[in-house]
Design a protein around this ligand. Structure first.
Ligand SMILES: [Mg+2]
Length: 257
């Protein structure tokens, strides 16, 4: 058994939209042949780890559900552990609602009844959702975002709005900042990942396309980091989160290990 591991981002690193990034499937296969431990860590709040594992497998990237940690799963776990009996109003996707319900949480559409407001990616987000969020935040105890991703790349690498855009919209109209935003690089996510490692954190390489989420996560977790250029076409040049390596894509990671 190799005593190394990789933590791999999904959007912009393994695929863009429904298109796998060239060489990604082969690279994951090579890492498996070398017995490198693999965790897929994504700020996707819509699909459960089971669904993400199916999606990856359909793209030719073998991935077990136990190897996938998602913003939706971290959010469900956080709420189930810390706010198990509080009615949750979700301004987000039906996929996220399902994950929260599966974790035993009680959802509500009634802004007055809600004590937790969760904001998240939803391509059908509209005026009624904004209204529900605004009214619920009037006296909700907790305002929680599933992940900070303001934008993420579509199939062509062009930016499209993510959870952060919706959290910002609700925060703007309610004039209230979120109490907590999960996903990468939140400490709650660092903790969840550290709990699941086979090897010491310092033997892991975090690979992702976002300095603010992937590289920041790796630094907080005490891991090496590699920024890939296969995600958003415009990668910000100046950032506080400088990676240890910069490579074109996941295919270049084998040479770093
Ligand atoms: Mg990404």
């Amino acid at each position: 058994m190799d005593d190394r591991g990789v933590i791999v981002d999904l959007d912009g690193t393994v695929y863009r939209g429904n298109t796998p990034i060239p060489g990604a499937a082969e690279t994951i296969a090579t890492l498996r042949e070398r017995d490198v431990s693999i965790i897929f860590l994504t700020n996707n709040p819509v699909l459960s780890p089971e669904s993400l594992s199916e999606r990856l497998t359909a793209m030719g990237v073998a991935a077990a559900p136990e190897e996938v940690i998602s913003a939706g799963a971290v959010t469900a776990r956080y709420l189930a552990e810390n706010h198990p009996d509080q009615p949750v109003l979700v301004v987000g996707s039906s996929g996220l609602c399902e994950q929260l319900t599966d974790a035993g949480l009680a959802l509500t559409d009634d802004p007055v009844a809600a004590s937790v407001v969760v904001t998240s990616y939803n391509p059908e987000f509209g005026y009624e959702d904004l209204t529900a969020g605004l009214q619920a935040l009037d006296d909700a105890a907790l305002f929680l975002g599933t992940d900070p991703d303001r934008v993420y790349p579509d199939d062509d690498g062009q930016p499209i709005p993510g959870s952060g855009a919706i959290t910002n919209a609700v925060a703007g109209v309610a004039n209230r900042e979120p109490d907590l935003v999960l996903g990468k690089p939140a400490f709650e996510t660092v903790e969840t990942v550290l709990d699941s490692l086979e090897h010491p954190p310092s033997t892991y390489l975090v690979v992702g396309d976002s300095p603010e989420t992937d590289i920041a996560f790796g630094q907080r977790a005490g891991m090496d980091t590699a920024l890939v250029r296969s995600g958003l076409t415009e990668t910000p040049e100046s950032t506080a989160f400088q990676p240890d390596h910069v490579v074109d894509s996941l295919a270049d990671v084998v040479s770093i290990l």
